[in-house]
Ligand binder design. Structure first.
Ligand code: URA
Length: 241
């Protein structure tokens, strides 16, 4: 037995607070009867309708988060650091799709859809992930060419990448570089720059395929639309072929 609002929230339909509002507004039925009592207990076999639409047991949810620094992309951390799932207000067991380092910021998807996560992180797919890296020094033409053509990390050449120099700051002797890669190996961007003699001082993921951080400040997130999810599924499947 669990409280009605918890069951609605854990289906992924909405947050617990919004579920309470729906109940108070008389929009929720349990086994055909409207229930407006907040503490009402339901069993798993009970059928719940919201605005006459049957509630599925566990809907799939997809969040797009602008990850801040100093957050780990795991669902538990033995060093007691802040974990990424704590930034999302949901009762569903969501997990990050792939990883960003503790000190990397930017775009990351969280979901409870394992199939989606597998497709998106499969080494076979060629979905582009675009990063903005602040590095020490100036990226020389031969270094840029090496990054573009592929460098060896873990004994294996990286796939071709897109590299663009955005800015060089003479005063601090640092550069801002945009790099688009189609793999997701461990610390890949940092290691690629290391291979050509530069240290990544700051790293942000700006884009995954067509998804950007538009409108999302650090720590903010939004739900992906069904259309976006479908497009990502299609991309992941087609680009794995
Ligand atoms: N590459 C890295 O080095 N770190 C990240 O967090 C993501 C890509």
């Amino acid at each position: 037995m669990e409280r009605l609002q918890k069951r609605i929230a854990s289906s992924g339909y909405t947050s617990r607070r919004k579920a309470e509002e729906l109940i108070k507004e008389g929009r929720v039925k349990v086994n055909g009867k409207t229930v407006t009592e907040l503490g009402y207990k339901v069993e798993s076999k009970d059928e719940i309708h919201i605005d006459e639409v049957l509630l599925e047991k566990e809907n799939k949810v997809y969040f797009l988060l602008n990850k801040p620094r100093e957050v780990v992309c795991t669902t538990e951390d033995d060093k007691h650091r802040k974990i990424i799932t704590s930034l999302i207000d949901t009762d569903l067991r969501v997990f990050p799709v792939g990883r960003l380092d503790y000190d990397t910021t930017g775009l990351i998807i969280l979901t409870n859809d394992g199939e989606f996560a597998n497709l998106m992180t499969s080494p076979k797919n060629k979905i582009e992930k675009v990063y903005i890296a602040k590095i020490n020094g100036k990226l020389l033409p031969n270094e840029m060419m090496a990054l573009k053509k592929g460098v060896i990390i873990d004994g294996k050449k990286t796939r071709k990448s897109r590299v663009k120099i955005k800015k060089y700051d003479k005063k601090t002797d640092t550069s801002i570089i945009e790099i688009g890669i189609t793999e997701g190996r461990n610390h890949q961007v940092k290691r690629m720059f290391n291979e050509v003699g530069h240290k990544v001082l700051k790293l942000k993921r700006e884009r995954i395929a067509f998804l950007t951080l538009d409108g999302l400040a650090s720590k903010e997130y939004r739900v992906l639309t069904p259309k976006e999810v479908k497009q990502l599924y299609n991309l992941a499947i087609n680009e794995s072929k």
